[in-house]
Design a binder for this molecule. Structure first.
Ligand code: FPP
Length: 268
């Protein structure tokens, strides 16, 4: 077990057992998460929906810390979708307040742990106070190297693609003429970030919900029935162990060189 993980799990616990099963040479480089089920978690406990979001932010802290300690390089979290504007005003305001609070409180943690904050999503409509915090923490952490935490805020996969097409069309005709998948990727919000290898979704829904539509073309999916506020490091360990059992072929008939030794589980 490497240094960052010593004292991180209780000796003899289920977590420790799971951690030992992870092959650190074959971690996903980029993990993306759809954090779903905050509202249902609260409803089942007769709490207001916003309490689900509040408790969900504790899961965010745990997943950020765990991912960094494991050695994952990019972690993308779906914090606020363009569609989330349809929710009651009170809930929308609460979500923005929570994000602002997170940024105010977690800036030190990000700095001390060498984590870089990035965002994807449309810049318009985000409350000014949130934009200020996002810009402040992004600037504060811009030279950090250990892991990038990418918050998808006011994000929609289709909107991102439309925005990229608009930028491309504003260029000269040769840009369109010579367009390749690689060049197209460089016009997306995620230009600096490799595609996700693993996509986790909580609350059991079997859909993508307009998240990273272009980027997840070959991501492995891990879906759990747990609600996001219940998600803990042991669940992340389970997802990683499962990910490492998959054979990623990227359309080829053979496994990708990095996981050729792994038994096939039927993925294409
Ligand atoms: C989905 O649950 C979750 C969201 C719309 C927002 C995610 C936000 C957080 C986890 C809070 C804090 C985030 C950060 C980055 C500090 P839902 O409300 O759709 O749940 P439901 O499907 O059960 O109604």
């Amino acid at each position: 077990m490497h240094n960052d993980l010593k004292d991180f799990v209780v000796p003899g616990s289920e977590e420790e057992d799971l951690l030992r099963q992870i092959d650190f040479s074959r971690l996903p480089q980029h993990l993306a998460i759809i954090m779903d089920g905050n509202g249902r978690w609260a409803k089942e406990r007769n709490l207001p929906r916003v309490e689900g979001h509040r408790t969900g932010s504790k899961s965010v802290r745990e997943v950020v810390e765990t991912s960094a300690r494991l050695g994952i390089k990019y972690l993308t979290l779906y914090a606020f979708s363009i569609e989330n504007w349809k929710r009651p005003r009170k809930e929308v305001n609460f979500l923005w307040k929570l994000l602002e609070e997170y940024l105010r409180n977690e800036d030190k943690v990000l700095v001390e742990n060498d984590l870089k904050l990035l965002t994807i999503g449309r810049k318009n409509r985000i409350p000014r106070s949130v934009t200020r915090q996002l810009d402040r923490v992004k600037d504060l952490t811009k030279d950090n190297k250990r892991m990038s935490v990418i918050l998808a805020v006011n994000y929609g996969g289709r909107a991102e693609i439309v925005d990229a097409v608009k930028r491309i069309c504003r260029g000269n005709a040769s840009v369109v003429e010579n367009l390749t998948e690689e060049i197209f990727s460089s016009y997306l919000d995620t230009a600096e970030v490799p595609d996700p290898d693993l996509l986790i979704r909580t609350s059991g829904e079997l859909r993508i919900s307009n998240f990273l539509l272009w980027q997840i073309a070959y991501a492995e999916m891990w879906i759990t029935g747990l609600y996001w506020p219940e998600f803990r490091k042991k669940h992340l360990f389970q997802a990683l162990i499962d990910f490492q059992k998959r054979e990623r072929r990227f359309g080829d008939i053979n496994a990708h060189p990095e996981n050729r030794s792994v038994r096939a589980t039927g993925s294409t």
